[in-house]
Ligand binder design. Structure first.
Ligand SMILES: NC(=O)C1=CN([C@@H]2O[C@H](COP(=O)(O)OP(=O)(O)OC[C@H]3O[C@@H](n4cnc5c(N)ncnc54)[C@H](OP(=O)(O)O)[C@@H]3O)[C@@H](O)[C@H]2O)[C@@H](O)CC1
Ligand SMILES: Nc1ncnc2c1ncn2[C@@H]1O[C@H](COP(=O)(O)OP(=O)(O)O)[C@@H](O)[C@H]1O
Ligand SMILES: [K+]
Length: 502
């Protein structure tokens, strides 16, 4: 699992580590790790020129010491001082070390043209404008210099891409777009959340010796090795019932295919048994596509409700299905609710619940529940959610007590009282009709097996994304193929757990 810690938590760990170390030791470790990564990238790209963009804080200090090491190693190095107050605003010792190693120093406020030229010519740029002390956005001069970076240069953000909100709460267009971020001892929320992930690029964590083993993470991301830890694997004493029965209420005369996608995915995820509830057309399709499914209601351990259910009043043949959906939602069993099922949610349920809206569905649900942001009109738009996905997912989670899985390129899983989980495993090809129905089937299978909603949702998103990636192989995919990709994906991820070195 990748864990990201808040700025406050990192600062506390830093203070604790510094208490037992010589002054400046942590910065030397940070700079040493940064220089090592930068040198490796220069070697790979046969680059020779380095520019450090340097702000007034310790992020600039890291950058100056790293540039000094690169200059010592023979690279042609310059720094551009962006701090108000020029050279005087910097740590003098760090600046002198860089200069002594042969680094050319430009002060942007004194000669912006010369600074711009040196930035434009660099093969590798270290962004040390601001780190975890940064406020969102770039000052105009910094923005102009960042604009001058050559498209072919490799841009390494030091700790956090400058301009991002380190907490990842608020998005910011005006930020450094890094190819890589080198961060220290732990990821920061901005690296894993939609507001900052794209500008972060590849994330490289350099260990500088902070102890965060007991600290609560702000954001978590499951990785491949977590599948073997969390996926429900049957034992010799299990039977189909003890492994968990999932009831699926999905598909309709208008959208019959959703029934096939959801049940196929649940079967591929290895559910103990499936019951399917629907109207005649989807029943026929499920019969043909998923012969393992038992048609009709009966005892289940969890429900998957909603893919392909009409948002409005169903045709007469769908009335008993709608009634079954309402019974499932009113039950004390775990339920994953998607698409048309979200229209039936009107508040907290007394049992484990996963709601899986995309941005538009989340906006509609918050609007219906009367939860526009304070002081604004009660209507929440898709754009509102897009601008601030985490806050809106949190609002629905707080309102319903449910786990909210907000779908997107980065899928967020928010459960009250838990660190946010953020999964970004899928290729953009997964943005295709029916992909969400598959996810619902996988999460339903995991709930039926007894997983907690937070784990079921995030593990489901991970496996769904990895399956999509495999099926795509860099090209188009279709939702049904992703459903059929779940079984080999889980098999291989479980095998990876068995062969992982201990
Ligand atoms: N924690 C650790 O374990 C370790 C941390 N280390 C390093 O320290 C870094 C944190 O350093 P830091 O605290 O000095 O803050 P930093 O990010 O350099 O900002 C400095 C000042 O910039 C200003 N400013 C803010 N926003 C701005 C903006 N948008 N545009 C322009 N200016 C802006 C603001 O000053 P103000 O404007 O308020 O006067 C702020 O105080 C961390 O990221 C890591 O690299 C490592 O050395 C070792 C271990
Ligand atoms: N740009 C993207 N990159 C990766 N995955 C994406 C992207 N956009 C959407 N997805 C994923 O594709 C799926 C789409 O689901 P959804 O919107 O519910 O589609 P449908 O309702 O047609 O099934 C979700 O799992 C979502 O996270
Ligand atoms: K930075």
């Amino acid at each position: 699992m990748i864990r990201a810690h808040s700025v406050e938590t990192v600062r506390a760990a830093e203070a604790q580590a510094m208490a037992g170390l010589p002054e400046g030791e942590l910065m030397q470790r940070a700079a040493g790790g940064l220089a090592e990564v930068a040198a490796a990238r220069l070697e790979d790209s046969e680059g020779s020129t380095v520019v450090g963009l340097v702000g007034s804080g310790d992020n600039g200090g890291d950058t100056l010491y790293a540039v000094a090491e690169l200059a010592d190693a023979g690279y042609a190095c310059a720094v551009v001082v962006l701090a108000d107050g020029g050279r005087d605003a910097l740590r003098q010792e760090a600046l002198e070390t860089a200069e002594d190693a042969g680094t050319i120093v430009h002060v942007a406020a004194d000669d912006e043209e010369a600074a711009t030229q040196v930035v434009a010519e660099a093969d590798l740029v270290l962004d040390g404008i601001v780190g975890i002390g940064g406020r969102p956005g770039l000052q105009p001069r910094a923005a102009r210099l960042v604009d001058a970076i050559d498209d072919d240069a490799w841009v390494i953000a030091v700790d956090v891409a400058s301009g991002l909100d380190p907490s990842g709460e608020t998005g910011e267009d005006d930020a450094v777009w890094a190819d890589e971020t080198v961060t220290f001892s732990t990821a920061k929320p901005a690296h894993l959340l939609p507001a900052g992930e794209a500008a972060t690029g590849r994330l490289t964590v350099v260990d500088i010796g902070l102890d965060l083993s007991e600290a609560v993470a702000a954001v978590e991301r499951l990785d491949y090795d977590d599948v073997a830890l969390l996926w429900p694997v049957p034992g010799a004493g299990d039977d189909k019932y003890s492994r968990g029965v999932l009831g699926v209420v999905a598909g309709s005369e208008a959208y019959p295919g959703a029934a096939v996608l959801t049940t196929t995915a649940a079967a591929e995820a290895g559910v103990g048994m499936l019951r399917y509830v629907g109207s005649p057309t989807p029943v026929g399709l499920v019969h043909a596509a998923v012969p393992e499914a038992v048609i009709g209601t009966g005892q289940v351990q969890a429900w998957a409700v909603g893919p392909g259910l009409p948002a409005e009043e169903p045709e007469p043949s769908g009335h008993s299905q709608l009634a079954a959906a309402r019974v499932a939602l009113a039950s004390d069993l775990p339920v994953v609710v998607d698409a048309g099922g979200l229209e039936l949610v009107d508040g907290p349920r007394p049992a484990p619940t996963v709601l899986t809206p995309h941005a538009g569905e989340l906006a509609r649900l918050l609007t219906r529940l009367g939860q526009g942001s304070a002081g604004s009109a009660p209507e929440v738009t898709t754009d509102d959610v897009g601008a601030d996905p985490l806050a809106h997912a949190r609002r629905l989670a707080d309102l319903t007590g449910a786990t909210v899985l907000l779908k997107g390129a980065t899928t967020l899983v928010v459960t009250p009282g838990h660190p946010v989980r953020s999964q970004a495993d899928a290729p953009p090809w997964l943005a295709t009709a029916g992909a969400g129905d598959v996810l619902t089937g996988v999460i339903g299978a995991l709930l039926a097996a007894g997983l907690e909603p937070h784990d079921a949702a995030s593990l489901g998103a991970l496996v769904h994304g990895v399956a999509a990636d495999r099926v795509s192989g860099g090209g188009p995919l279709r939702a049904l193929a992703v459903a059929h990709g779940i079984r080999p994906t889980v098999r291989d991820l479980l095998a990876r757990g068995r062969t992982a070195p201990v």
